[in-house]
Design a protein around this ligand. Structure first.
Ligand SMILES: NC(=O)NCCC[C@H](N)C(=O)O
Length: 411
């Protein structure tokens, strides 16, 4: 039987992808909690859903199988005990203790059908949803003080980040920001209990219990032997090192090199894929602002060391040269987001102009609003498929962030 996970490049023909349709969790965004919940504005739900449906249909039109996180999660929780355990884990990690009793919330959540339970967990539980007779503490009666028993998870439509397929396995990520921590629990349960995955041996190269954070937006598979990982506001050098060691010693993994690429730690560049993506065998998008005056950067190549717990680490300063070296290319092109004009590049990077989703070598999905970057990609011979982006872009992620490739053809 075909392995349910298989990704050995960024650009191999995309066959199966995981998305999450934006849902009620976005209706629980209010100005007071935007920053905490990692949004810059409140999307208009019917329109963001239309835009997301258009994105999904664009992928289907190209023959790509689209799976939905919310559907897989509800299908994974058929067993009563597993469902109960999942709800308890969500409540523990949602730091609900000290609010309404754990038992009251648990009973409330378990009163829903599987599908509605998942929607409710994703959407959040407001204080006014629980009957007043079940409340005991002053805090619980004060809805205006803090409105939720369980926080909404509005970033779930960025399926790229909580987990990432690498080869025939995956990382299930310890996420950096408290607002996103619970997200990777869905993938843990899907891999363990959904029939599509549970009957296969699926190696987890790094799991969400590891102490230091890593997020999928920083994990880019350059080829079957090389991964690039951003050292960023969200991904730590420690997690990269641990992942490299785990991959190098595991006979199920084909990977031999990890390129650790340091990027500035700021909101606009939260992950490597917000400033750098692969669009063809020898072409990449890049936001010029991540390079120093002479194009210099801080890059390390990690390789197998003398024993299983030691790495060979070498320093490089040029992204272009490092990529040529690890990919065995004579030449390659870095296509600047916004064409290199300081204003256009900052504007289009903010709206994910560098965040392309390759669905085949030289074929990418991008946001329509980034017209300067899109025109430049076309000038370089790339086929650019534009999708709608007025509301989707308010969450600060583009087509790559909104998609988790599950299966790609080898190149
Ligand atoms: N890979 C990505 O860059 N994902 C975008 C995540 C945006 C989300 N609002 C966040 O701050 O985590």
């Amino acid at each position: 039987m075909k392995h349910p996970l298989h990704v050995t490049s960024e650009i191999g023909e995309l066959q199966t992808v995981l998305l999450k349709r934006p849902g009620f969790e976005l209706e629980n965004l209010t100005p007071d909690y935007l920053q905490q919940l990692l949004f810059d504005d409140i999307p208009y739900l019917p329109v963001i859903q239309q835009e997301h449906d258009y994105f999904a249909q664009t992928l289907r039109n190209r023959g790509i199988e689209v799976l939905y996180l919310e559907k897989l999660a509800s299908e994974a929780l058929v067993d009563k005990n597993i469902k109960e355990e999942f709800v308890c884990r969500i409540l523990e990690e949602g730091k609900t203790e000290g609010n309404v009793s754990h038992q009251t919330l648990k009973d409330y959540l378990l009163s829903f059908s599987n599908e509605d339970l998942i929607q409710k967990i994703m959407g959040g539980v407001r204080k006014n949803e629980i009957e007043t007779s079940k409340k005991a503490q002053l805090y619980e009666f004060m809805e205006d003080h803090y409105p939720f028993y369980l926080d909404p998870m509005p970033n779930l439509y960025f399926t790229r980040d909580p987990a990432a397929v690498i080869g025939d396995g995956l990382t299930i990520n310890k996420m950096r920001e408290p607002a996103r921590r619970r997200e990777s629990l869905f993938m843990e349960y899907i891999i363990k209990y959904h029939p599509r995955f549970a009957t296969h041996h699926v190696p987890v190269w790094l799991d969400r219990n590891y102490k230091f954070p890593i997020e999928g937006g920083d994990e880019l598979i350059l080829n079957e032997e090389t991964i690039a990982i951003g050292v960023s506001a969200r991904t730590s050098a420690k997690a990269i090192e641990r992942l490299a060691l785990n991959l190098f010693k595991n006979p199920d993994a084909s990977f031999k090199k990890v390129l650790a690429i340091e990027i500035p730690k700021c909101r606009a560049f939260m992950h490597l894929d917000t400033v750098f993506t692969m669009v063809d065998y020898d072409k990449f998008t890049i936001h010029p602002a991540i390079q120093g005056p002479q194009g210099n950067m801080n890059i390390y190549i990690l390789e197998k060391g003398p024993d299983e717990e030691t790495l060979k680490i070498s320093h490089r300063t040029s992204l272009m040269e490092s990529l040529k070296e690890v990919l065995g290319l004579k030449d390659l092109v870095l296509i600047p987001c916004g064409g290199g004009d300081a204003i256009a590049s900052a504007r289009e990077q903010w709206n994910d102009g560098s965040n392309t989703l390759a669905i085949a070598p030289g074929v990418v999905v991008t946001y329509d609003r980034n017209y300067v970057s899109n025109a430049l990609l076309r000038e370089h011979g790339i086929e650019v498929i534009e999708v709608l982006s007025s509301e989707l872009s308010r969450g600060r992620g583009g087509p790559r962030c909104m998609s988790m490739p599950i299966v790609r053809k080898d190149i």
